[in-house]
Design a protein around this ligand. Structure first.
Ligand code: PGA
Length: 234
């Protein structure tokens, strides 16, 4: 199966940055799928003409009610050709999104034919897997058979810290995430995210992951392209 690499640009960049990324990313890579997730306002600047590159949002509204000041709905994003939405990122779970909110967002994504990229992960190094699997089970309760869903195992302690779990740990967690997904008769796709960079990606690829969710290393387009090419040739 092809690998998937998701760039989470968080609250970085400006129109000039996204215009230049769009030009530079028109590289002839083979079959690795790329999803670029800029802040909402910069989506129109990422005009990438490559069938393997799609647009994603960093979040979507949990509401369907038009009286939702400041929210962006799934159908608005579709107008900008957005195909994916990151949901439940730990930076949002920490301060803004509780479990019910995450479930409504997954539901909104799926019913609007956006593929949710659902982030799950433990907050402390080597803590028990229960929390991660509970997050997965909870998310699956609103997922539909036959619809594409992507999970991203992102240990909170690994995000932006420069630290990554051992391959042994990743293999164990991802194995359990995938077997939980399979019980729901959904294709198991699980990325890894948290301090992935051009130096550690090839080691991480020796595990059972289906790709990466990349934050800071996606901001340097040359390094990001190095990762894409390396994954393509894996
Ligand atoms: P990082 O971020 O690659 O900078 O650790 C990953 C993420 O937050 O999704």
């Amino acid at each position: 199966m092809h690998k998937l690499i998701v760039a989470n640009y968080k609250m970085n960049g400006n129109s000039k940055f996204y215009k230049s990324i769009a030009k530079k990313l028109n590289i002839g890579h083979k079959d690795t799928k790329i999803v670029l997730c800029p802040p909402f306002v910069y989506l129109p600047f990422l005009k990438v003409k490559n069938k393997n590159i799609s647009l994603g949002a960093q979040d979507i509204s949990m509401e369907n009610n038009k009286k939702s000041t400041g929210q962006i709905s799934a159908d608005m994003l579709k107008e900008f050709n957005v195909k994916y939405a990151i949901i439940g990122h730990s930076e949002r779970r920490l301060t803004m999104d509780n479990d019910a909110c995450v479930l409504s967002k997954i539901n909104n994504a799926i019913s609007n034919n956006l593929t949710p990229i659902i982030c799950v992960g433990e907050s402390k190094k080597n803590s028990a897997l229960n929390t991660v699997l509970e997050q997965v089970e909870s998310a699956l309760s609103v997922c539909e058979k036959g619809k594409e869903v992507v999970f991203a195992y992102e240990p909170v302690w690994a995000i932006g810290s420069g630290e990554v779990p051992t391959n042994k740990r990743i293999i164990r967690v991802v194995e359990q995430i995938k077997s939980t997904i399979l019980k729901h008769e959904i294709e198991p796709i699980c990325l890894y995210g948290g301090s992935v960079n051009e130096k550690n990606y090839s080691e991480l690829l020796k595990t059972n992951i289906d790709g990466f969710l990349i934050g800071s290393a996606s901001l340097n387009v040359e390094k990001f392209i190095e990762i894409i090419k390396g994954v393509d040739n894996d």
